[in-house]
Design a protein around this ligand. Structure first.
Ligand code: NZQ
Ligand code: ZN
Length: 393
């Protein structure tokens, strides 16, 4: 096992009507003027935005607002938010939404405190020295950004999707009311479940000895998400299933499932980010479309972990050949993806890249990663292209 640091400073307020506490939670952070940041309309349709404004009014908090965040959030809106935030002298950002809104809020939070171009951080040119505090009212269980140190932004100039990871951006609080996720389209619920699983799988498929406690937590988390994803497919209004999935989304990406395992593999995420940058697909669906091909390409280099995954998570009876057991585990995960209507190939995403576009994605993916990505097997540009070709069926 490896040494680790575990840092999760986010206060979680979980349960029915939890958003009623938003004014109080902001006051705890000594803020006075808030930037309310949200997406393309769901928070207005559900009445959530009005309820939040009411809580802010009751606590005599001033606010300005900036909606319009799109899935795979764009840099241009981040710039708009930075300008607005500086002009209005906001001292806190409240993200109301999912990963896209939270990530956009995090980028704005860096930018308001900085005199230069916020994209520098995402382009890995320099590190942020501070960030405005942010809070979250979560409306979709998926990205885990409500407790993570990560922000993922797409620069429209070149369609470059990059992440910047820094503890400065970890939210001060995350309000999680599972009921808020009941208005999600089924497709988004399923995409979210895939992303949650993947955040744990990226940390599970690692070489060397792992901590048994971390593995046990990770395996329980993955099994819980799969069971509840199937329940939600039939019964989207099931509160208990919504609650299990919502808490899993945070635990999957706040560092807990990586303690002692190093930083994780993250190749599937890197490969997916190029897909969603170029074709604007939902992140979770993109991950499902790539994962099986990645797993088949790398499993021989990380066989003990794939075997453990097959038996402990997917319930496969081990056969004498480790490799065969591993493959059965990969197939079982793909069967699960299918069972919740997720794609297991790029074509099933309804995008049809040409050979040249596959080459472009592999090239960009390796550039963003600084040449190589992954630890289950280290992937270079040619390996990335092979995986894209395998997935493009
Ligand atoms: O914009 P609105 O109208 O709110 O609609 C959203 C959006 O269309 C909708 N939605 C959200 N909550 C809803 C709802 N619709 C009805 N009822 C609700 N309660 O769902 C759609 C997807 O929202 P989005 O925020 O994009 O989803 P998600 O949370 O999956 O975030 C995806 C983004 O997060 C990044 C992804 O790459 C992608 O850009 N990630 C961020 C990470 C992080 N910061 O730690 C880690 C992840 O690996 C991931 O890369
Ligand atoms: Zn993800």
């Amino acid at each position: 096992m490896l040494n680790f640091e575990y840092f999760t400073p986010t206060k979680v307020v979980f349960g029915k009507d939890a958003e009623k506490d938003v004014g109080r939670l902001i006051l705890e952070n000594s803020a006075k003027k808030i930037l309310l940041h949200y997406g393309s309309g769901s928070v207005k349709k559900t009445g959530l935005l009005d309820r939040i404004k009411k809580s802010l009014d009751e606590n005599s908090l001033e606010y300005v607002e900036l909606g319009g965040v799109k899935p795979n959030p764009r840099l241009s809106l981040v710039y708009e938010g930075i300008e607005l935030g500086k002009r209005e002298k906001v001292d806190f950002i409240l993200a109301i939404g999912g990963g896209s809104v939270i990530d956009s809020a995090k980028a704005i939070a860096y930018g308001i405190k900085d005199e230069g171009d916020v994209w520098d951080f995402f382009a890995k040119k320099r590190l942020a020295s501070s960030a405005l505090p942010i809070g979250v009212v979560l409306t979709i269980a998926a990205a885990g950004s409500e407790m993570s140190n990560s922000s993922v932004i797409t620069n429209e100039d070149g369609l470059i999707k990059c992440s910047y990871n820094d503890n400065l951006s970890r939210p001060k609080f995350a309000i999680m009311n599972p009921t808020l996720t009941m208005t999600l389209p089924d497709y988004q619920t399923a995409c979210g479940c895939v992303d949650i699983l993947m955040h744990t799988m990226e940390r599970y498929f690692v070489p060397g000895d792992a901590m048994e406690i971390t593995d046990s937590i990770a395996e329980a988390l993955m099994k819980t998400v799969m069971v509840n994803a199937k329940i939600l497919k039939k019964d989207p209004q099931n509160y208990k299933a919504r609650a299990d999935v919502m808490w899993a989304s945070s635990l999957s990406h706040n560092g807990l499932t990586g303690c002692g395992q190093g930083n994780g593999d993250w190749a599937t995420h890197g490969l997916e980010h190029e897909l969603s940058a170029l074709y604007d697909v939902a992140h979770g669906a993109g991950l499902a479309a790539i994962w099986g091909s990645w797993a088949r390409y790398v499993h021989k280099d990380c066989l003990p972990r794939f075997k453990k995954f097959a038996t402990n998570v997917m319930g496969i009876q081990p056969v004498s050949s480790e490799e065969e057991t591993a493959i059965k585990g990969i197939e079982a995960m793909e069967d699960f993806y299918r069972s919740i209507d997720m794609p297991i190939s790029i074509k099933e995403l309804n995008v049809f890249p040409t050979e040249k576009e596959l080459e472009l994605m592999a090239h960009k993916c390796s550039l963003v990663a600084g040449g190589a990505k992954g630890i289950a097997k280290v992937l270079h540009e040619k390996d990335m292209l092979e995986i894209y070709k395998m997935a493009n069926k």
